[in-house]
Write a protein that binds this ligand. Structure first.
Ligand SMILES: Cc1ncc(C[n+]2csc(CCOP(=O)(O)OP(=O)(O)O)c2C)c(N)n1
Ligand SMILES: [Mg+2]
Length: 514
């Protein structure tokens, strides 16, 4: 068994069953090994941003890492933007990056680069395998690192000769450290704060906006009157009918400040203390009001659910059920498409157990509120702010959950970063319905222009925020990659198109003209 095969067998034994790939010459032994080993699904992405973004979506829905296969420094570099997003989402990912054979590196052939230097800032764990006998053990260590709470980016660089030389056999998975439990004093302090009777919020993310964590948060709110809030961005929120409803802190600074202005206390469950996405002249960076100091109940890497359970005990919130949202979706509107009618139509039509990937930017400002009482669903956001994640994220989520409808809410500018994810969706027959919001603009940046106080933008500046000349035709772009679709211009067409998308096996794209 060569090193490559020992690595693939180790990955499969370590419950890594999907590999998103964009290979090259230095990874050929790994590619061939994928065929010799059962239990590894291989998914080709036509750019490395598809590969890394899909690995993020897969990890969020499967709660375990996928592998990626990337070609030397440039292949990794192409994937870095979505690796940044995955790292911010704390998604576990195992990257395998091929390199030149150890003895070939000193000749400085064209594809030679400092791969570790490129990887280091965005990876939590990084290693170059020294020889074929070590590769399997390094792979096992990478899996354990990726799975270490709260989820890490682990990157293993594989020189070509470590792949083709005789390997050391399958390596066992080292133990994954358990999530640390928070101290009793921390729970007691949070309980004291919530019982004080002063205006307080419990800020949630990660395991606190899913399953038992969310349930516990709801019970704590019912018992103490604390306000439940979620971060502006969350990797995955379970919401809709039957779930505890949680408001999010808005992205724009002024509404965020207004939401938080009366708080005396903020207790953090997995979440970070809220700060503005960007600095703006004359606006604060910190969103909580002066004198409202955050209390950390549990950091994301700690056992957040256990901390919530102990807090629930401490405040006597063990018995009563949490208040959940009723099933009461908006009525389906008719007539012209605008952001309000679009949000209502989405809320009305969202199918049960949908996975919603939200990169709708300005078009989606109403969507979250208008889907609050829709059928139960999961909501996935871009955690790192590097746009272009939506289509790959939806691709990976659909690979992880073939039995659930994936709805990708994608804006035109962001969609163009990585549109070839549509090809992967077509090839893999993935159930993704993309609702593509075509406003022919980087609309948010027009707003930001005013917010940062940039005065009187001229023709050149305005032109940098405009996506016309030529207008993009998303139905044609999708068709060219094997994805059927249609263009819609009013709510009735939207409802029909969305319905066709949900019924059509495999991917579908609805281009929504705004
Ligand atoms: C990698 C990356 N490049 C650039 C940006 C800056 N940026 C933020 S939003 C945006 C435009 C978004 O336009 P679109 O996706 O069409 O959404 P809209 O604002 O029109 O709703 C840009 C370029 C970014 N966040 N990430
Ligand atoms: Mg746009």
């Amino acid at each position: 068994m060569n090193g490559a095969e020992s690595l693939v067998r180790t990955l499969v034994a370590g419950d890594v069953n999907v590999c998103f790939t964009n290979p090259g010459t230095s990874e050929m032994h790994f590619v061939v090994a994928l065929d010799r080993v059962d239990g590894m699904r291989c998914v080709l992405g036509l750019h490395e941003t598809v590969v890394t973004g899909a690995a993020d979506g897969y990890a969020r829905m499967a709660d375990k890492p996928a592998a990626t296969l990337l070609h030397l420094g440039p292949g990794l570099a192409n994937g870095l933007a979505n690796l940044h997003n995955a790292g911010r989402a704390r998604s576990p990912v195992v990257n395998i990056v091929g390199d030149h054979a150890t003895y070939h590196r000193r000749f400085d052939a064209p594809l030679t680069s400092d791969i570790e230097g490129l990887a280091r800032p965005l990876c939590h764990w990084l290693r170059t395998s020294p020889d074929a006998r070590q590769v399997a053990a390094d792979g096992a260590a990478a899996i354990a690192a990726a799975r270490t709470s709260p989820g890490q980016i682990a990157t293993l660089i594989l020189p070509a000769d470590t792949a083709w030389n005789e390997g050391g056999g399958v390596a066992p998975l080292p133990p994954v450290p358990a999530r640390a439990q928070v101290a009793d004093a921390v729970v007691a302090e949070a309980a004291r704060v919530l019982r004080a009777g002063e205006p307080a919020a419990l800020l949630l993310t990660g395991p606190a906006v899913r399953g038992r964590g969310l349930e516990l948060a709801g019970r704590i709110a019912a018992a103490t009157g604390v306000r439940l809030l979620a971060q502006t961005s969350n990797a995955r929120i379970e919401r809709g009918a039957g779930r505890v409803p949680v408001e999010r802190i808005p992205y724009p600074v002024d509404p965020a400040l207004a939401m938080l202005k009366d708080l005396k206390h903020m207790v953090l469950a997995g979440a970070k203390a809220p700060v503005a996405f960007f600095a703006y002249p004359d606006k604060p960076s910190v969103l909580t009001p002066p004198g409202c100091d955050p209390h950390v109940l549990a950091r994301l890497e700690e056992d957040v659910v256990d901390a919530l359970a102990r807090l629930a005990d401490a405040v006597g919130a063990t018995a009563g059920p949490a208040a959940t949202a009723p099933l009461d979706p908006p009525g389906l509107p008719t007539g012209p498409l605008n952001l309000e009618s679009l949000g209502r139509a989405l809320g009305a039509l969202l199918p049960e157990h949908a996975i919603v990937v939200d990169e709708s930017i300005t078009s989606g400002r109403n969507f979250y509120a208008l889907t609050r009482q829709s059928r139960p669903h999961d909501w996935l956001q871009n955690m790192g702010g590097s746009i272009g994640l939506g289509l790959p994220l939806a691709t990976g989520a659909a690979v992880a959950c073939p039995d659930r409808p994936v709805i990708c809410l994608e804006s035109d500018g962001s969609g163009m970063y990585c549109l070839q994810a549509l090809w992967t969706q077509a090839r893999e027959g993935l159930n993704v319905t993309t609702l593509l919001f075509n406003n022919r603009a980087y609309a948010i940046l027009r707003h930001e222009l005013a917010q940062v106080g940039a005065q009187n933008p001229g023709r050149k500046a305005v032109d940098m925020l405009d996506l016309g000349r030529p207008d993009l035709d998303w139905v044609m772009l999708a068709r060219g990659m094997g994805v059927p679709g249609e263009r819609v211009t009013n709510v009735d067409e939207f409802a029909r198109g969305f319905g066709r998308g949900l019924k059509t096996p495999g991917p579908y794209l609805v281009e929504v003209m705004l």
